[in-house]
Design a binder for this molecule. Structure first.
Ligand SMILES: Cc1cc2nc3c(=O)[nH]c(=O)nc-3n(C[C@H](O)[C@H](O)[C@H](O)COP(=O)(O)O)c2cc1C
Length: 197
């Protein structure tokens, strides 16, 4: 019987993307296997090579790559995850998931995953306080998505405020508590209906 926890770690185009490498290490120290998905924007911040080497697995970026398997890559990734964690999660990806937009591999996988979804938003404090972002996060919470609140502190844009990605330890705590309660689905909609289609 399989015992190892399989984490799908999404990395998006935030200045906090470098913190995902440490988070990946924390997950591995916990005995979890980690598969990384990056957005194209994320690769502007941290090289794919970093995550490929640390995770010892290919990094998924391209929706239309041909990995030699018949199953669409977003479906295969989603099916093989016990939890999906997007850290850091940009305002853009938050908006996409809240609105069902699936125009790249990461957002498409996030919509395909039936495992619990944990997001750690990271952005400028004005972006975080924008009514659109607040509404999108509320929608996601109401659907059972676990949001690890951004922290206060110095921001990369030179200001101070709320918007820093939560510390790795806090993200780990959130993921562990989500996994511990996994007997109930994180998604409050859709799974049964989608299975019957
Ligand atoms: C230097 C720099 C830092 C950025 N940091 C963030 C950030 O922390 N959070 C965020 O939501 N967007 C940030 N952005 C904007 C995103 O990179 C941009 O919205 C991008 O389209 C996000 O793509 P993705 O959501 O597909 O990863 C930053 C842009 C630049 C140039």
């Amino acid at each position: 019987m399989r015992q190892e926890t399989r984490v799908l770690l999404g990395v998006t185009g935030s200045i906090a993307a470098y913190k995902s490498a440490d988070l990946l290490r924390l997950m591995q120290r916990n005995g979890w296997s980690v598969r990384v998905i990056m957005t194209r924007a994320a690769t502007e911040f941290v090289g794919e090579l970093t995550f490929r080497t640390l995770s010892r697995q290919p990094v998924a970026i391209d929706m239309f790559e041909r990995p030699g398997q018949w199953e669409p890559i977003h479906i295969a990734l989603a099916r093989n995850a016990d939890v999906m964690v997007i850290a850091p999660c940009t305002a853009n990806v938050i908006a996409k998931i809240a609105n069902g937009i699936a125009d790249d591999l990461l957002s498409c996988t996030a919509l395909s995953v039936e495992a619990p979804l944990v997001l750690a938003p990271a952005m400028n404090s004005v972006m975080l306080a924008h009514p659109a972002t607040i509404a999108n996060l509320d929608v996601l919470r109401s659907r059972g998505v676990h949001v690890v609140e951004s922290a206060m502190g110095d921001l990369a844009c030179g200001t101070t405020g709320r918007g820093r990605m939560a510390d790795g330890a806090d993200v780990m705590d959130a993921v562990q508590s989500v996994l511990a309660g996994q007997h109930t689905s994180a998604r409050k909609y859709g799974a049964a209906e989608r299975r019957s289609v």
